[in-house]
Design a protein around this ligand. Structure first.
Ligand code: PLP
Length: 407
């Protein structure tokens, strides 16, 4: 008989996006004449920039020549891309780092990283949260039982981020070993300043904990005191793993390329207290289970770092940020309480009149034909909030905001 990993039985079905789709389909079947605007989109919509396409074409042609053909590449990524990352994403911030692992996605890396950690580590997540951090810890046995009445797992430490704390997570009262932080945040669109992030780095140093820092939205940062990398904080190399992705930065959600930084200074511990290099463990894990990102894809990613490439991707980000501003300013004028949208493509609004997230979803859909994402789908402390995204077209965004104001 073959037994299953019973941790999987603790996973909760996520009905969020399927329920959204179902409600939208039902409504449009009944009201075929209504034009529905979707501001729930969690994916980029603008096409890949010309500089990247040019590099990909060239790489494809190379692969068809005797001299240019490449088979398996290095599991950690080609030197040309790792070097471009080091120079542009870190050296320019004054950070000395070269421990880069190129991958096919930050989602996979955030999910796979749990491989190198003990099952008994105490895990902390912010709430609401990007569900990958939670579910991958459920699968690998770190969550304990699900408690339905609370919509929480027994062994997970939930750190609320709400209006009450201005979306600044407070240190947990009990000691935790693994801490997931994502800033600029999905879904709330909020950020931490360097001083606020330093509190977490100091906590991790003091408690020998580790921070898993997801900065997938780094490219959307517009304000000065918001760190682009956790390594801008002193001491972070000892305690933080950083995940970055070209998905939102350069529209690579379909091309698939990302990277993870695991500093050599970062030590983990055996039960008997011996130090082990996290970099070594992650390298071993990748070399065993991963065979690298396609050459063509890595050439595409390299092109983002050329002068022309940088300019072109900035234009797209500017476009999304402009949409974010339209949503934020429009809703504020209409009297909504709104968060995010300044260093992020996400706008997180407080649902008015004591409605639940889903009640507000229905109201927006039925009365003004605008679709967003109910905050409660991202965790219990998301209840009473609602997420809108800036990934639509400018015309649709303006129209949607006008409709919400008229609500
Ligand atoms: C979109 C997103 C990512 C990127 O994932 P990829 O697998 O690189 O596409 C990572 N983290 C968060 C929070 C995201 O929203």
């Amino acid at each position: 008989m073959s037994y299953i990993n019973e941790n999987f039985l603790e996973l909760q079905e996520s009905y969020l996006f399927s329920t959204v789709a179902k409600k939208v389909n039902e409504y449009s079947a009944k009201n075929p004449d209504k034009k529905i605007i979707k501001l729930g989109i969690g994916d980029v919509t603008k096409p890949i920039v010309p500089e990247v396409i040019k590099a990909m074409h060239k790489a494809v042609d190379e692969m068809g020549t005797k001299e240019g053909f490449r088979g398996y590449g290095p599991e950690q990524g080609y030197e040309f891309l790792r070097k471009a990352i080091v120079e542009n994403d870190y050296k320019d911030l004054g950070i000395e780092i070269d421990e880069i692992f190129v991958s096919d996605g930050a989602k996979c890396d955030c999910g796979n990283i749990v491989d190198i950690f003990d099952e008994n580590n105490k895990v902390a997540i912010t709430d609401p949260v990007y569900p990958v951090y939670l579910d991958t810890n459920v699968m690998s046995g770190r969550s304990g039982k699900y408690k339905k009445e609370l919509d929480m797992y027994k062994n997970i430490v939930y750190i609320p981020v709400t209006t009450e704390n201005n979306f600044i997570p407070e240190l947990p009262k009990e000691k935790v070993d693994m801490i997931y932080l994502c800033f600029p945040n999905n879904p709330t669109g909020t950020t931490l300043t360097k001083q606020q992030l330093k509190i977490w780095v100091d906590y991790a140093i003091k408690n020998k904990s580790i921070i898993l820092f997801d900065s997938a939205y780094e490219a959307f940062i517009t304000e000065d005191n918001v760190p682009h990398s956790i390594y801008e904080i002193e001491g972070a190399k000892k305690v933080a793993i950083e995940f970055r992705s070209f998905s939102k930065t350069a529209g690579f959600t379909g091309i698939r390329c990302a990277y993870t930084v695991v500093p050599k200074e970062l030590k983990l511990y055996t039960r008997s207290g011996e130090e082990v290099s996290a970099n070594k463990l992650w390298n071993r894990r990748q070399c065993t289970k991963f065979n690298g990102v396609p050459y063509i894809t890595q050439k595409a990613a390299e092109a983002i770092y050329t002068e022309e490439g940088k300019k072109q991707i900035k234009e797209n980000i500017k476009y999304y940020l402009e949409n974010a501003k339209i949503i934020k300013q429009g809703l504020e004028k209409a009297g909504f309480t709104v968060y995010g949208g300044v260093n992020s493509p996400y706008i997180w609004l407080k649902v008015p009149d004591g409605l639940t997230s889903w009640q507000f979803f229905d109201k927006l859909l039925e009365e003004v034909n605008v679709v967003g994402t109910p905050g409660s789908g991202f965790g219990p402390h998301g209840e009473g909030y609602f997420r809108l995204t800036a990934f639509g077209t400018k015309e649709n965004t303006e129209e949607a905001v006008k409709r919400i104001i008229d609500l």
